[in-house]
Design a protein around this ligand. Sequence first.
Ligand code: ATP
Ligand code: MG
Length: 305
Amino acid sequence: MNKKVDPEKYGKVAVLYGGNSAERDISLQSGQAVLQALKQEGVNAEGIDCRAEFLLKLAGFDRAFIALHGRGGEDGTLQGALEILGIPYTGSGVLASALAMDKVLCKHLWEGFGLPTPKILVVKEHSQLSTLEEVDTFPIMVKPAREGSSVGMSKVDAANGLREAVELALQYDAALVEQYIQGEEYTVAIMADKVLPPIRLETPRDFYDYEAKYLSQETEYKCPCGLNDNDETELKELAYEAYKSVGASGWGRVDVMRDSEGQFYLLEVNTVPGMTSHSLVPMAAKQSGVSFNQLVMEILESSYS
Ligand SMILES: Nc1ncnc2c1ncn2[C@@H]1O[C@H](COP(=O)(O)OP(=O)(O)OP(=O)(O)O)[C@@H](O)[C@H]1O
Ligand SMILES: [Mg+2]
């Protein structure tokens, strides 16, 4: 899959990580893992923690590997700055990054395309809290519009917990009150326009929250995911359509729920998914015979498109 290339062709590569988002810690881990892989592959790479004035440090770099998660790195703003600086970068462009980061806009887009996604009510600010009276079906999910790593999210089981959950999400951004899908959870990685084997996630916790993602030993990952061939094909096609619909490119990961009747529902597209050694995209790559280092090189190659 990965032809041996001359690592010098990439020039001097800046691995952008850290930053100021709520996902800073994960990004530090992703960035270090990517940096190590690039160096092992002979690429002239250097890490840059993207805090104050980091753009000034980019002088002299030939391209950037974006390993920042969340706002300020995954949301199109950094991509725009790099466009203006004339520095090629990995992954999706400005518009796709911004659209994928904003769960409200992304879901409206999917509804427009007729792609299945759980219904939402949006609470933009505290003055709109009274609209919560319309909510009469529980459980329900509450999440901020533009975060990741399950930050600021809650599963709410009854009306008396709703306001508190929405106020928590509002600390980060507009809040989505989203139809809860009871069922199985899958994630589908895409690398260089190739859909990798889906992973099924199982946690004894209420949902795949921060603890389940990064701390718990009880989370189970199944790859192959256990779906029959037809269902797996349907899932892969849906994930690819969702990815393409926002204009994503290079690489990404689509999160999907499946209800007890077998209906899939799109949750979100991640345009800079986790890249720690135990993250999901590397796991899916491994299942299709692609090593972590090969994956990193394949993603770096996306800076040419
Ligand atoms: N509508 C829903 N129904 C059931 N479970 C849900 C729903 N929305 C989210 N979840 C659960 O919450 C988790 C996190 O949701 P989501 O992917 O929307 O958030 P995120 O913070 O952007 O995640 P990521 O770390 O992938 O960027 C999901 O993986 C799933 O377990
Ligand atoms: Mg997710």
